[in-house]
Design a protein around this ligand. Structure first.
Ligand code: 5GP
Ligand code: ZN
Length: 138
């Protein structure tokens, strides 16, 4: 399979490893948005988070939790974390092997929060919110 992250897991492409266990690998992003920007991946290939079983998805979140705490403990000057997962092309996913980004945050680093990524909401009107809620729950 022609997957960059599977090649990293197989050792065919080098990486700067942050954490590894039997099922997950974490390594530094080659094009970091912040010092310590880390990618966490399952060793079993799945194109996107929503294509994993609930058990596999849960295990990925466990690994993300573990790596987040590791980074928080060891990274110089760190005061917070932004954690995210781009899912499918519209959300900016460029590598089709599911992965979570961990961005270390630093006081006054000038970065935004997750709300700054998307601003496509048509309305915050309560009728409109009710309509969407009904769509999602019916
Ligand atoms: P996405 O845009 O799919 O959410 O994130 C993919 C990430 O993988 C990008 O931030 C990109 O910099 C990183 N990336 C792509 N190829 C490589 C690589 O060969 N090695 C490493 N360490 N990171 C990579
Ligand atoms: Zn893969």
């Amino acid at each position: 399979m022609n997957c960059i992250f599977c090649k990293i897991i197989a050792g065919e492409i080098p990486c700067y490893k942050v954490y590894e266990d039997d099922t997950h690998l974490a390594f530094l992003d080659i094009s970091p948005c912040a010092d310590g920007h880390t990618i966490v991946i399952p060793k079993k290939h799945a194109a996107a988070f929503v294509e994993m079983s609930p058990e596999e998805a849960g295990a990925l979140f466990e690994a993300v939790n573990k790596v987040s705490n590791l980074i928080l403990k060891k990274m110089d000057g760190i005061t917070g974390l932004t954690i995210g997962m781009n899912t499918y092309e519209s959300a900016g996913q460029s590598v089709m092997h599911t992965h979570a980004h961990i961005f270390p945050r630093f006081k006054g680093d000038g970065g935004g929060n997750t709300h700054t990524i998307v601003s496509s909401a048509k309305s915050a009107d309560s009728e409109y919110l009710k309509k969407i809620s009904e769509q999602l729950t019916k």
